[in-house]
Write a new protein. Sequence first.
Length: 164
Amino acid sequence: MKTDEARKEAEAFLRGAFGLLEEDVHFQIETEGEDGLYVNLVGNVFALPEERPVLAALEHLLRAILHRKTGEEFEVIVDANGALKHRRAELIGFALSKAEEVVRERKRVRLNAMPSHERRVVHVTLADYPGVKTYSVGAGDHRRIVMEPADGFEPGPGEASGEE
């Protein structure tokens, strides 16, 4: 299976990289679907929020290495101490509660602006949610999700545009 090979390659790369840095970092690698890996780094070295650019760079390197070694494209998520997984669980719960509100009250709900990876979690979570459709509006850092009833929704006064 290609994710097994990718997992082994990712593990070898991370052991080598952290060995060179002489950092005491432990990690767990989980497969996500057929072409995804979730890497959770555990330790104090990546405990600060400002380390996110370093983690994003590590994701990029892992994707490139895995592509070179396996010839396949992989989605790689690098997390530190489970922070992203925790945030994802919060987003899923929030999206489901807002979807219930949309269905119950038959109204459009505009969420606050959020990064693309968080918007994706919401869209994927609600893709098959009955009676709700989602789409993104805005640009750049102001892009947000709009949720509305999927069937026969008539916007009320002041709801005609997709923006506030």
